[in-house]
Write a protein that binds this ligand. Sequence first.
Ligand code: COS
Length: 386
Amino acid sequence: MPFDAEIRDALIEQVRRFVTEKCVPAEAEVSENDEVPQSIVDEMKALGLFGIAVPEQYGGLALDMETECLVAFELGKTSPAFRSVAGTNIGIGSQALVLFGTEAQKERWLPGVASGDLIASFALTEPEAGSDAASLTTKAIRDGDDYVFNGTKRYITNANKADIFTVMARTDPDTPGAKGVSAFVVERGTPGVSVGVPEKKMGQQGAHICDVIFENARVPAANMIGKEGEGFKVAMSVLDKGRLHISAVATGVSKRLIREMVHYALERKQFGKPIFEHQMIQAMIADSQAETYAAECMILDAARRRDAGEDVTLLASSTKLFATEACGRVADRAVQVFGGAGYVSDYGIERFYRDVRIFRLYEGTSQIQQIIIARELARAAKAGKL
Ligand code: COS
């Protein structure tokens, strides 16, 4: 059911005001301190942002995908580190539970996820299993009422703050590939679970990624999400949704950078007139606008189709490929329009340029999106649907 239009518009206006009044002025400080201030985190909690994708009965706002994307456009209009604070609770950290969790699992963890009192992370990637996620080797071996976990997860967003992890682990070591993998909720305090130090990154200071290490960690069998051996499918379904969300965040950043380019070009004078009057500057801004509008239309169409119950694997990958690559081009043009100032940290443009690079990598690289798109088309053709 579409989200009530009046409530939706009020929420988006609230998020827009929060981003403009609280986040934008704090961008340089967050980058400098590598930390989002607690006052801003508290405000995100008060706005309900941690729970936008959690059903109402567990305390969430239960936004449909279209509305979630509209919110993500707004959250994208500031440093992506702010969005990342709530990002895993909104997306990959919570959605396995929302989509496949039992009633008992949902009741236990989702209220905390929705309020932001519990941080949820998604642990799929490993040192030797990145794009080839189905080759993961973290083991979860059944022993009585528990599974015993051993292995290492890598580059796990928000792991340093996480209270629960959605972990994909191999429950059947004799079955290689996707089929031997199951999904679990693992709690932070579990003996044998430890988290590494945050990695030093190219951008998005204030958002953190760490290793998560399992050494004979005993996890109750009741924490399995979905059926044994179906954890890879759980992860892929979660990523279908996550890819739409990331596309919307990237497109939000593109919108912000277009605004920065236009204002700067109208002010900055060279050759006796605002650089905006030079047609080569106009071309860069116009290309950015056209690509961003195309991304916006793709995202909203794919989101509405997901809300209508369609399988959006093909569309989510198409959207992520286009929107994140477009955002990279927009950020590059923003540096170009700002010239030397685009390379100097005071203006913040070089920070966005670094921040957006990860959009083309995480939740599946652009090349993985291309592979998924091609495979989906071949599958449709073989099924006589293309
Ligand atoms: N939804 C539900 N099920 C899916 C699915 C989806 N979107 N995509 C794949 N599956 C299922 C397949 O149907 C298959 O099940 P069956 O054998 O029963 O048909 C199973 O999952 C394995 O799929 P597939 O054979 O396509 O696996 P591959 O190992 O060949 O490739 C890719 C999978 C490359 C698509 C996957 O590994 C991937 O997305 N990699 C990128 C990982 C990623 O995004 N990492 C980011 C981490 S989070 S920041």
